[in-house]
Design a binder for this molecule. Structure first.
Ligand code: SF4
Ligand code: SF4
Length: 179
């Protein structure tokens, strides 16, 4: 299969620089409001702050994949003398907590890297983080080219045009028997 270059976008988090201002939550929820910028509600943000000011804990977490069931893991982390509770670093929208769910519908939310922004613009949470706690990075990776289903359809259509539907179906049936 052919290899292609794919742009990988990531946001690095520098915990030492986050002061819990929540500007990232404000702009993310406003950008994803309908219509855009019509409201701002951190509960709709795709980045959420875990804040425990008395312990000086400020942890931005990005919404990741949807998980239909809660996991069995319940870890605690101690980093630089600060304790981070269960699920703190987890990015899943899962049944065990309210984070990363659209408050009205309960549908899972996921960070989309502000895909509607014009090319070259950094994600909005990065732009709005005046403390530089969110650092945008891009890198290129070689990956195998995905075969798009439309491409397969076009290929099959052209074979049907050339050999007729019955012949193509007979061939596929014969190939599937061979395993
Ligand atoms: S905008 Fe930056 S400093 Fe403020 S809460 Fe978000 S990550 Fe932390
Ligand atoms: S990158 Fe965009 S979508 Fe993702 S959390 Fe930041 S503002 Fe929200």
């Amino acid at each position: 299969m052919a290899k292609i270059k794919k742009k990988i976008k990531t946001i690095k988090i520098d915990l030492d620089k986050c002061n819990g201002c929540r500007a990232c939550e404000v702009i993310c929820s406003a950008f994803h409001a309908t219509p855009k910028y019509s409201s701002s509600n951190p509960a709709r943000s795709r980045i959420r702050l875990i804040r425990e000011p008395l312990k000086d804990v400020y942890l931005p977490v990005y919404a990741g994949e949807y998980a239909p069931a809660e996991c069995m893991g319940r870890d605690k982390y101690v980093i630089d003398g600060k304790e981070y509770g269960e699920c703190s670093f987890c990015r899943a929208s899962c049944p065990s907590r309210d984070a990363f769910k659209e408050p009205d519908s309960g549908l899972p939310l996921k960070c989309d890297m502000c895909e509607d922004l014009p090319p070259g613009e950094k994600p909005l949470c990065v732009q709005w983080c005046l403390n530089d706690a969110l650092i945008y990075e891009e890198r290129e990776e070689e990956v195998e080219e995905e075969v798009k289903s439309e491409d397969v359809e076009i290929g099959v259509e052209s074979m049907v045009d050339k050999y007729g539907l019955q012949k193509v179906m007979d061939t596929v049936a014969r190939m599937s028997k061979k395993g």
